[in-house]
Design a protein. Sequence first.
Length: 237
Amino acid sequence: YGRDIGGGVYGLLGDGMIRYDVGVFQGEGANQKNDNGDTGMLWAGRVQAAIIGGKAKSVKENFARSPTLMVGAAVAGIDVEDGSDGNIGIPQHDPDKPGGDRILESGSITSITFDANYRDPMFSLTGEYIGRWANPDEAGVDTAYDQGFRIQGGFFLVPRKIELASRYAMVMFDDDPNVLGGNDLDNVWTFTQGLSYYLSGNHKWKVQLDYKFQREEDLDGVESDESMVRAQVQTYF
């Protein structure tokens, strides 16, 4: 959800073992065209807890000095009026470009996430589940519930220098004929295998090579495959 302005609060509980965040936001977000003039108020909240090691202030990167386990959950919602504007999580549907978009002229969007992150000096594992309700105001049209998950793991072949990582992700769209329409897909899944070389021993300088395979299956059961090989250099200050 792209937004320009808003307010939020956060705090720590239990000697820093639990962190909470809540906020409300408004605006169109960066580089958005909105002909409707009203994007709706976005509200969001998140809580995360440190189960093993460290504090709950932030999730550790994959260079943890000792084993850490963080779990979290979040929820966000927004009311939609007079059509979507491209930044509510459901882009405008284009009939000439089949995809997982839905047509929501008026209603509400609510999304939830659950995640877990484990880190130790040699290994990292992340899991995430995401669900989204698209609830139209239109009579006779049911709420669509789309959901997905992601699992990603990495192992250092050479400590703090060379990491082998894998990722599997899948999105499953609600294909009930009575739900909000516009979606052309039944599911999409991707598998990525990558190798990273950390020039600086952290994420500031990194060379990465990966291969990604993606498969889309439409509502008629027709499958479409795509493969991509990518090499990149990453730096940040």
